[in-house]
Design a protein around this ligand. Structure first.
Ligand code: FMN
Length: 365
């Protein structure tokens, strides 16, 4: 039986060679938001991962919307030129499609890189004043954000649109809004971090007002052929946070705003929340969202095995699967999955002799 995982998938005006996605992964290695040789090599490596789509790391729309001083951005001409250089080189190396995840860190910004400790920047490390829906820190040792004004919201919305236009100029096939993992859009959505008493807080409808306005503004700037989606939170994994049913409502609202897919992740709304550690822990959330909303649905989180990934898409639990750490561990994960599932995957001519069916007889030259 032919593999569903390796069957083509179409969204917007883009056809993906298969259902496998490299999940976005911060590299914390940029220079004032600009990609450098690290990104060129990293993206070049992922160009031949066997995934039909590679999502670039969280790419921030404002300098002070970054998480760390090393985070990637698309807030300046320099950022755009530098990312273009890395992306164009990677494009020449492989045939995968490319997506960018646009993000704003909100109260989780002004942080150290993970290998520096991952906490709040110390006074001598050029910290900045963070902002969020409410003046509530991410955790005890984090910076306290200031409560955002409507002017702040206007600025962030305009920055998302400006960065989306930069992404269009760079020719990305997919633009994803980061609305998960405790970053700014998620901070507005979750009652844990949003305790406003104005029209942006209170009911889910109010908490969604600002993130939805961003989604709609970006949608109006992005032509229909370019895939626009969001990474969302299927659950905050705490009784006072977003529930599975809220995840469905968020996906419904984003679909109405014209987004064509959601990548269903979860967790991260405070420093002390913990996600389940069971294989495919977000898959039931994704399945419910797919069944109840009909929006294109991607599942992510502890999907590691080819047979597991195949089952998720073959049984209709999600349309695509994304892996993050699996691709750092094995940058040819897609090739190895194709071998395990008896499927084909594109390889550059220079590497064609590694294709299993060409292994015998042994190469002569
Ligand atoms: C090094 C690293 C960086 C990450 N950076 C991002 C990011 O930029 N944006 C995002 O939405 N998720 C990010 N994540 C989360 C992953 O995209 C993914 O959702 C998570 O690791 C679970 O998938 P996995 O079990 O396949 O690793 C990151 C994960 C890792 C390991």
């Amino acid at each position: 039986m032919s593999s569903v995982l390796f069957s083509p998938y179409r969204m917007g005006g883009v056809e993906f060679a298969n259902r496998i996605v490299v999940a976005p992964m911060c590299q914390y290695s940029a220079d004032d938001g600009s990609a450098n040789d690290w990104h060129l090599i990293h993206l070049g490596m992922l160009a031949n991962s066997g995934a039909g789509l590679v999502m670039l790391e969280a790419t921030h729309v404002q300098r002070h919307g970054r998480i760390t001083h090393g985070c990637l951005g698309l807030y300046s001409d320099n950022n755009e030129a530098a990312l273009g250089r890395a992306l164009n080189a990677a494009r020449r190396a492989g045939s995968t499609k490319w997506g960018v995840q646009l993000a704003h860190s909100g109260r989780k910004g002004s942080a150290q890189r993970p290998w520096e400790g991952g906490g709040a920047l110390r006074p001598d490390a050029d910290p900045w004043q963070t902002m969020g829906p409410s003046a509530l820190p991410n955790g005890d040792t984090w910076h306290t954000p200031r409560e955002m004004t409507e002017a702040d919201m206007d600025g962030v919305r305009e920055a998302f649109v400006a960065s989306a236009k930069r992404a269009l100029r760079l020719g990305f096939d997919v633009i994803e809004l980061h609305m998960a993992h405790g970053y700014l859009m998620h901070q507005f959505m979750s009652p844990v971090s949003n305790q406003r008493t104005d029209q942006y807080g209170g009911s889910l409808e109010n908490r969604l007002r600002f993130p939805l306005s961003v989604a709609k503004a970006v949608r109006s700037a992005v032509p229909k052929e370019v895939v626009l989606g969001a990474r969302i939170t299927g659950s905050d994994w705490r009784p006072d946070g977003l529930s599975d049913a809220d995840g469905v409502a968020i996906a419904t609202a984003l679909k109405t705003a014209g987004l064509v897919y959601v990548c269903v992740s979860s967790g991260g709304i405070t420093a002390d929340t913990r996600n389940p550690t069971t294989p495919g822990y977000n898959v039931p959330l994704a399945e419910r969202i797919k069944k109840e909303t009909g929006i294109g649905t991607r599942a992510v989180g502890l999907i590691t095995e080819p047979a597991q990934a195949e089952e998720i898409v073959a049984t209709g639990q999600a349309d695509q699967v994304a892996l993050a750490r699996g691709f750092l561990d094995d940058p040819h994960w897609g090739w190895h999955a194709a071998k395990a599932l008896g499927a084909e995957v594109a390889r550059p001519l220079q590497y064609a002799r590694a294709a299993p069916k060409l292994w015998a007889p042994a190469a002569k030259a």
